[in-house]
Design a protein around this ligand. Structure first.
Ligand SMILES: Nc1nc2c(ncn2[C@@H]2O[C@H](COP(=O)(O)OP(=O)(O)OP(=O)(O)O)[C@@H](O)[C@H]2O)c(=O)[nH]1
Ligand SMILES: [K+]
Ligand SMILES: [Mg+2]
Length: 493
C-alpha cells in the first residue's frame, strides 16, 4: 500500500514556481508522421510565439492560422505551420499557451524544439507537466486528471468510455455532491455547538444531520461494494484457464488469441510457467493466463511448481475458464452408466485438488465467475454435445464452438465489469477505495458518537471524513500523491 506523505502543499506557492517557466514539448507521438503537434505553455508564450513567427500580430485566439515558423537565433525559416493561440485562462493549462502543427519529420520537430529552447525562460516539459499546471490552475480535479491518464492508456472501448466519463467529471460530480452534503452537515453541527446554550437554534437539527449522514453512509457503502467493477475494467479482467493435464488449455489460449503463443504437445504436463496474453473481447479487456495442468500427484519438481503457480493465480483471478476433456468424460461414463454430468464435474473438480475449490456441489455454482468448457468434442458423437448456460462444447483443433464460447465469455465480462455510465460512475482505483473506506469509517464513528450525544466528537468525525473526500478530488493533497498520479503521463500531456 502506498503511504501518502502528510505534508500539505501550498498550491499557490507551488503554482508560482511551476509557471515562472514556460514549457514546451512534442505532444503528438514520436516517430515519423504527417503532422506533429508541439505545445507551449507559460507566461512567456507570447514572446515565444512572436519570436517564432517574425513578430507578426498574434493569431486570433483559438483560430488555426498559417504562419512561417522561424528560428529566432538564425532567422532561418524552419517550416510553415498552423498556429493555434490560446490566451489564458481559456486554455488547457489555464496559462497562455499555443500549439504548432508542423510537418512530422524528425528534423523539423528537432529544429522547432531547439528554437524554442533558445527563447528565455523556456524549457522542455516534464512528463505530465501540462496536466499538472491544469490541475493547479483549477481546470481539472484529481479524479479528472486520473481519468485523463486512463484515457491515454485505454486499450479497449469500454476502458475508453470509463476513462472519458471520469475525465469529464463523472466521479468528481458524485464526490463533490457528497462533499457538499458533508459541508452542510458540518456547518449545522458547528452552529449547534456554538448556539446550544442560547437555544436560538431550532431543535431537531442534530436529527436531520444524522439522517443525512446515515443516507450518505449508505450511498458510500453501495459505491464501495460494487464488486470492484471499475477497478477490474481499468486493469483488465484477470482470467485463468484451469484443467487437468492435456485437457487442451494451451490449445484454447492459442485459439482465443489467434496465434501459437503457448506450446501444445500430446505430452501431459507440457505447460509449467504461467503464460499471459491480453485480449479485447467486445470492448472488454481480458488478461488471459494459461497454466500447468492440475493433478494431485506428480514427482516432477518443475510441474509441482507450475501447479502451485496455477493455484496462486486462481486465487487472484476475477474469472475462470475450466477446461474438461470430453474424451475422458465419455470413458468415465462407460464405467459409470448411472453417473450424471454433474457427478463427473464434481469428481473432476475434486481431482484437480484445488484448495476448497469454488464449487457448490449441489448446484454446481462456483464462487468465482466461471465457464466450463468441454474440449475435444470432435472425438465425440453429436449426441454427446454438452451445452448449457455455463457448459460449452468446443473443439480447439476443429475450431468449433468458438463463437458460442466468446459470446459466453463476453456475457460474463459484462456482468463482471458493468457498463460505464455517467449517472453511476464506478471508482476504479485502490486510491479511491482507501479514501472512501476511511471516509465511511468516520461517518460510522459519527453515528456512534451521535448515540452518545457527543457533539464535539461528532463534528470532529465529520471534519475527518471531509478530509478524506478532499484527498480524492484534490482539495487536500500531498506531493507524493501527486507524483503517483502524474507519473503515468507522457511528456507533452
Ligand atoms: N482431437 C482433439 N485434440 C485436441 C483438441 N485440443 C487439443 N488437443 C490435443 O490435445 C493435446 C494436449 O493439448 P494442450 O493444449 O497441450 O493441452 P494442455 O491442457 O495445455 O496440456 P498441459 O499443458 O500438458 O496441461 C495436444 O496433442 C492437442 O493437439 C481438440 O479439440 N481435439
Ligand atoms: K499437453
Ligand atoms: Mg498446456
Amino acid at each position: 500500500m502506498i503511504k501518502y506523505s502528510r505534508l500539505l502543499l501550498n498550491p499557490t506557492k507551488l503554482l508560482h514556481t511551476l509557471s515562472s517557466e514556460t514549457i514546451f514539448a512534442l505532444s503528438s507521438g514520436h516517430g515519423k508522421c504527417g503532422v506533429a503537434v508541439i505545445r507551449v505553455s507559460g507566461s512567456n508564450s507570447i514572446t515565444a510565439l512572436k519570436q517564432m513567427t517574425s513578430s507578426k500580430p498574434l493569431p486570433q485566439p483559438r483560430v488555426a492560422t498559417l504562419r512561417s515558423i522561424k528560428d529566432p537565433t538564425t532567422n532561418e525559416i524552419i517550416d510553415k505551420s498552423l498556429v493555434l493561440w490560446f490566451p489564458g485562462p481559456k486554455s488547457f493549462t489555464g496559462e497562455d499557451s499555443f500549439e504548432l502543427q508542423v510537418h512530422g519529420g524528425l528534423a523539423v520537430i528537432n529544429a522547432v524544439l531547439k528554437a524554442l529552447s533558445a527563447i528565455p525562460r523556456c524549457r522542455l516539459a516534464e512528463p505530465g507537466e501540462f496536466t499538472k499546471r491544469a490541475f493547479f490552475n483549477g481546470k481539472l480535479d484529481l479524479t479528472e486528471v486520473e481519468g485523463l491518464a486512463d484515457l491515454l492508456q485505454a486499450e479497449t472501448e469500454l476502458q475508453r468510455k470509463q476513462a472519458f466519463l471520469q475525465s469529464q467529471g463523472s466521479l468528481s460530480k458524485l464526490y463533490g455532491k457528497w462533499r457538499s452534503t458533508l459541508k452542510h452537515c458540518m456547518a449545522h453541527i458547528e452552529a449547534y455547538i456554538d448556539f446550544e446554550e442560547t437555544e436560538t437554534l431550532e431543535t431537531g437539527i442534530i436529527e436531520s444531520v444524522r439522517r443525512d449522514i446515515e443516507k450518505l453512509a449508505e450511498e458510500l457503502k453501495a459505491h464501495l461494494s460494487n464488486g470492484r467493477r471499475g477497478e477490474i475494467l481499468r486493469n483488465g479482467v484477470k482470467t485463468v484457464i484451469l484443467g487437468e493435464p492435456n485437457a487442451g488449455k494451451s490449445s484454447l489460449l492459442n485459439l482465443l488469441c489467434a496465434r501459437p503463443a503457448a506450446i501444445v504437445t500430446p505430452i501431459p504436463g507440457t505447460t509449467r510457467d504461467v503464460l499471459e496474453v491480453t485480449l479485447n473481447i467486445d470492448g472488454y479487456p481480458l488478461v488471459l493466463a494459461d497454466t500447468a495442468g492440475l493433478r494431485a500427484r506428480t514427482e516432477d519438481l518443475i510441474e509441482q511448481e507450475g501447479i502451485h503457480r496455477a493455484i496462486q493465480l486462481y486465487h487472484k483471478s476475477d474469472f475462470v475458464i475450466l477446461v474438461i476433456n470430453v474424451e475422458r468424460y465419455l470413458k468415465w461414463k462407460q464405467q459409470h452408466t448411472n453417473g450424471s454430468l454433474k457427478d463427473y464435474i464434481v469428481q473432476y473438480v475434486d481431482g484437480l485438488n484445488l484448495p476448497k475449490f469454488f464449487i457448490d456441489r449441489k448446484n454446481l455454482i462456483s464462487t468465482k465467475p466461471c465457464v466450463m468448457v468441454f474440449n475435444k468434442i470432435d472425438l465425440a458423437d453429436r449426441s454427446e454435445y454438452i451445452q448449457g448456460e455455463n457448459y460449452l462444447s468446443i473443439s480447439c483443433t476443429k475450431e468449433t464452438g468458438v463463437d458460442d464460447l466468446i459470446r459466453t465469455i463476453s456475457q460474463h465480462l459484462k456482468r463482471i465489469c458493468g457498463e460505464p455510465s455517467a449517472e453511476h460512475p464506478s471508482m476504479n482505483q485502490l486510491r479511491h477505495r482507501e479514501h472512501l473506506g476511511a471516509c465511511l469509517g468516520h461517518l460510522e464513528s459519527f453515528l456512534a458518537q451521535h448515540q452518545r450525544q457527543d457533539t464535539v466528537l461528532m463534528a470532529e468525525h465529520l471534519r475527518k471524513s471531509m478530509h478524506q473526500l478532499g484527498k480524492l478530488v484534490g482539495s487536500v493533497t500531498a506531493e507524493e500523491l501527486l507524483d503517483v498520479i502524474f507519473r503515468d503521463f507522457c511528456v507533452g500531456k
